[in-house]
Design a protein around this ligand. Structure first.
Ligand code: CP
Length: 330
């Protein structure tokens, strides 16, 4: 049996996962512990649990996705839940139904977990406030990437990946290279890494693509790649998001690669031991040299595996299942 979330049961349990700023330190600790537990089990060949066998998850992806959508589906199935992937092109959105009405309808179908990706910035928060119909089955909303503002589950899996390589966040120097202005990954990462105590985060990229509106004492901005990369421990590359740029803000992909693309040669001159992360999908030979993306310094596929464990952790946490309950289930 799943236990439904009740704030009285644990102060760290959240009802929805909408952004990073609403996560407490204690919730973060729980999520990292749960993700480590699930990852250990996956590595030993254990995938299936029955802890969410009474639960239903619906994936609502209004924008394309491979990693996030698939890993939420797999994570929910591994935990025993029923999963539906709403096919947006044939849904009633195309008959003019609003997203709020669609989600209220899904809640009336006794949906426990609703995963949403959408191009609008504040849609997950707005929906979490509006959807109130079903008192017998409160629906937990999980933000799987909204607009240019938030991609909290990506930031969580990125931080989990960094934690596997470094003991202490506070002494880390982390560079985020690329289009931070249009990047929900960059924004959620800056928020989470700041909360985890990272004191040196450098945003690097063309001036027109730097998220200068972000105001944190630990943030600095660089237009020169080699200066920004000096003595860096972790490099987080961002995808050039042509779909979010209102106008051409980079001259060409070839020029971008020449100036900001990461290569083994540039790395050797600045931070030879740095580890490389990229949320994917990668534009090979635009953000990163193709061989470097395949090298041992690249943690890109490790991020994907960690994403499955972290999304299992998020769902377990939302349903108020802790590590102890899980251990009894093994
Ligand atoms: N990183 C990420 O969100 O990838 P997808 O778009 O493939 O889900």
């Amino acid at each position: 049996m799943i236990q439904k979330t009740s704030p009285a049961q644990s102060t760290s349990v959240f009802n929805h996962l909408l952004d990073i700023t609403s996560l407490t330190d204690s919730a973060l600790t729980d999520l990292f512990k749960l993700a480590q537990f699930f990852l250990n089990q996956l590595q030993q060949g254990r995938k299936h649990y029955s802890i969410l066998q009474q639960a239903t998850l619906i994936n609502c992806f209004y924008e394309p996705s491979t990693r996030t959508c698939t890993s939420f589906e797999l994570a929910a199935k591994h935990l025993g839940a029923q999963v539906v992937n709403l096919h947006i092109p044939t849904s009633s959105v195309n008959k003019g139904e609003s997203i709020a009405d669609t989600l209220e309808t899904l809640s009336a179908l006794y949906t426990d977990l609703l995963v949403i990706r959408h191009s609008e910035n504040h849609i997950a928060h707005q929906l979490a406030e509006k959807i109130t119909y079903n008192p017998f089955c409160p629906m937990h909303i999980i933000n799987a990437g909204t607009g240019t503002q938030a991609h909290p589950t990506q930031a969580l899996l990125d931080a989990f990946t960094i934690k596997q390589h470094f003991n202490d966040f506070s002494s880390l120097r982390i560079a985020i290279i690329g289009d931070s202005l249009h990047s929900r990954v960059a924004r959620s990462n800056v928020e989470l890494l700041t909360q985890l105590g990272v004191s040196d985060i450098r945003l690097i990229g063309p001036d027109a693509l730097l998220a200068k509106d972000l105001a944190h004492a630990n943030l600095s901005f660089y237009t020169d790649l080699m200066t920004g990369l000096k003595d860096i421990d972790v490099i987080l590359l961002l995808r050039i998001q042509k779909e979010r740029m209102a106008q051409a803000l980079i001259p060409s992909e070839t020029d971008y690669f020449k100036t900001y693309g990461l290569t083994a040669e540039k790395l050797k001159k600045t931070s030879p031991k740095a580890v490389i992360l990229h949320p994917g999908p990668i534009n090979r030979n635009v953000e990163i040299d193709s061989d470097l993306a395949n090298s041992p310094q690249s943690l890109i596929l490790q991020q994907v595996s960690n994403g499955l464990a972290m999304r299992m952790a998020i769902m377990a946490h939302l349903m108020n299942i802790n590590e102890e309950t899980l251990k009894q289930n093994v």
